[in-house]
Design a protein around this ligand. Structure first.
Ligand code: ZN
Length: 225
């Protein structure tokens, strides 16, 4: 089904024309119920952070949690693949510049991030470490009739965690991407993670994960022991 190809660390996903993956731009705190569950403040403008390409893993490969953390959590997110260069773009230019969508996890080391936040330090080692961005192949954007209204569902060991629609995003996809393009030129092969809905929970060695984003795909994975 898929038509775009992203190459990750020398491997090629079966989605068409190969594009090397560039940067991964993520937005934090983009769903009200998720902000409330973590007792965070609602941001007055989109809050961005980056992951390097070394964070990418195949979604179905077991997640390996680093030894320096004792408390990791999952954030299941709709990922958008940028198909053309965007710099200081307008919101109405965004959807046509997205070439595909994927299912991604923003794996977060909650204990490490809490400590870094307390100290006012950057988050990278909590969110951008190797393997912190498991991601599915991209489906063509045309396969997703309305990316702003798809269900995001995750079960861990059969128990429902995420179960919400992308309609609940505070900043919608055109706003996220246009805003990000004010700071970072987005290039073909860059990936934008659009934030997690409520329902984040811990990841423990041996957990089984079932994930589905409507029109994008259903996948299973696990946490390595
Ligand atoms: Zn996230």
């Amino acid at each position: 089904m898929a038509v775009h190809t992203v190459t990750m660390k020398g491997r090629t996903d079966p989605i068409g024309v190969p594009i090397p993956v560039g940067k991964i731009v993520c937005i934090g705190r983009n769903y009200v119920a998720h902000i409330e569950e973590l007792k965070n403040e609602k941001p007055s403008s989109p809050m961005f952070f980056l992951k390097p390409t070394t964070a990418l893993r195949r979604l179905e490969d077991p997640i390996r949690l680093p030894a320096y953390s004792k408390k990791a959590r999952h954030e299941l997110e709709l990922a958008a693949l940028i198909g053309k260069t965007l710099s200081h773009c307008r919101e109405d230019e965004v959807l046509a510049a997205i070439s595909g969508y994927a299912v991604a996890i923003d794996v977060t080391l909650q204990d490490v991030q809490d400590k870094l936040k307390e100290q006012g330090h950057p988050w990278e080692i909590a969110k951008a470490f190797d393997g912190s961005c498991p991601i599915s192949p991209f489906v063509p954007a045309a396969q997703v009739p309305n990316p702003q209204d798809v269900k995001i569902v995750m079960r861990v060991n059969g128990q429902l965690r995420h179960n919400d629609s992308t309609a609940l995003m505070i900043y919608k996809i055109p706003t996220i991407v246009a805003a990000a393009s004010q700071y970072f030129t987005l290039e073909p092969g860059d990936i934008v993670l659009t934030g997690t809905p409520a329902g984040v929970g811990s990841l423990e060695p041996g957990d089984t994960l079932e994930m589905e984003i409507q029109h994008v795909g259903a996948y299973t994975s696990s946490v390595a022991r």
